[in-house]
Design a protein around this ligand. Sequence first.
Ligand code: FAE
Length: 554
Amino acid sequence: MPDMVSPLSRRRFLGLAALNSAAALGLTAISVDSASAADRRDEPPLPEFSPAVVIGTGYGAAATALRLGEAGIPTVMLEMGRLWNTPGDDGNVFCNMLKPDQRSMWFKKRTEAPLASFLWLDLANHTIRPHAGVLDRVHFGDMSVYVGRGVGGGSLVNGAMAVTPRRDYFEEILPAVDAAEMYGRYFPLANATLGVNQVDPAWFERCRSYGYARVSRKAAEKAGFRTTFVPSVYDFDYLAREEEGKVPRSALGSEVIYGNNHGKRSLDRTYLAAALGTGRVSIRTLHEARRIIRQPDGTYTLVVRQIDAAGTVLATRHISTRYLFLGAGSLGSTELLLRARETGVLPDLNDEVGRGWGTNGNVMLGRANHIWDTTGTLQSGMPALGIDNWSDPVHPVFAEIAPVPAGLETWASLYLAITKNAERGHFSYDAITDSARLHWDVAQGQPSIDATKALFDKVNRASGTIYRYDLFGDTRAFENRFTYHPLGGLVLGKATDGYGRVHGAPNLYVTDGSLIPGSTGVNPFVTITALAERNIERVIAEDIRPAQAPRSRA
Ligand code: FAE
């Protein structure tokens, strides 16, 4: 019989076993050798040198590491967050949104949920013990940014919406990238490797899980707007079985932003498992890259801070590499390069480092439904429907219909609108705190509110409904002072060349959301992944292979 198991599935299988053994043994070094360690004392030290190092384990980093591993290039990934595979005292890896504990947030004393209040009461937030939790909210004056922390980055905490951008808009934001190649090859590759699936439309119409989305669709259609299904990396078959009561609830169990215990194809189950399974890739958790040093021979040395899950600094370590890939996300990668330029370590980085940052035009809002339009007590935490009004010539908006997974009837319809906002922020380096500071003022978010309001005023008028003013801690109807979608800071073709090679620093590459100039018009992770796939293919072919060839011939 022919072997039906693809190399990718075999690698994923090996990688998943490695992640499970590392979790069981409490290791911070994860590789296919994890299973042979008896306990933490057998952990290999961080190597002094690795041919390639990838900082971060989010989308761009994971795609990059998989392709490096497949190409046979030994690669170390450094991740400042934890491995999320070990059950806590309650038997679950992650906590839910109704009873958050120390697992929820990254070193906070109190949770900071996006819905700050309900009927103006602070019901969602709870006091917690500071710990290396899975969700971080990073504050910068008028803007705060949500990011995932742990093996899998944003994939651990996000809503799983896996949307390929409209081709005309992709061409507008990244005109120098060959769109035919992206849509013919890299988007399909990214979607397949991420495990993107679609909701069954017939099930959608009859299920309880999306009653809330059907109510919002009715209101949108009444105002003449069209809705579209949103592909996902949450397993819709699992969701259907959750609703039937056959499997433990996750999307139906108020699990989203603090992680999902089941059903979600987060990166640790897809790209990262496959990367580990190549046998060439290893991951170090609770290892934060703090500083980049360029050596006279052209290699890079990283200064790495190792902590434990309680935040105690255990050690400062060093690792050197020939090829350094930054996948620490828009905030993380931008900060590393800004610090390197401003402290004189990489003086040839150009002025574009720290520029071109945007929120993907994010705005959150709620509408109050009529008493007879119940949204249901059971709501899937994973959105599956969006209002697509991106063709509007004045105010393009793509608004996801989001759940309020409170477990009780709220009569609220919630939305995350993605708008086209030309405003951009920039980062400066603050020497006193040794960190990057974002410059973005609240007025820059106004175009996003104008666009969102234009759409939802029509929805409210057509249905005779109003906005909710009780959800964001004060009386605002529109929340645009946080973003889930930080993009930019090291824009493709500006801070880097057309393939993510950093200008002024040979063999240093950017692989993540910081390459995208502030907007994608849809949820960004498919775009980030596809772009990383495209870039690493070129970098391996042009930079790494030719450098290896003479040595292997010798
Ligand atoms: P990212 O996934 O942020 O990964 C960066 C990783 O690097 C993290 O694990 C960090 O802990 C780590 N790191 C940072 N600095 C360092 C350092 N110095 N040393 C070592 N490690 C470091 O990067 N997008 C969608 O497309 N669909 C959705 O439904 C969606 N929902 C979202 C919901 C929430 C609550 C949030 C927060 C985000 C959501 N997003 C969604 C956004 C999406 O997750 C985000 O665009 C990607 O995760 C960004 O990918 P990157 O590769 O840029």
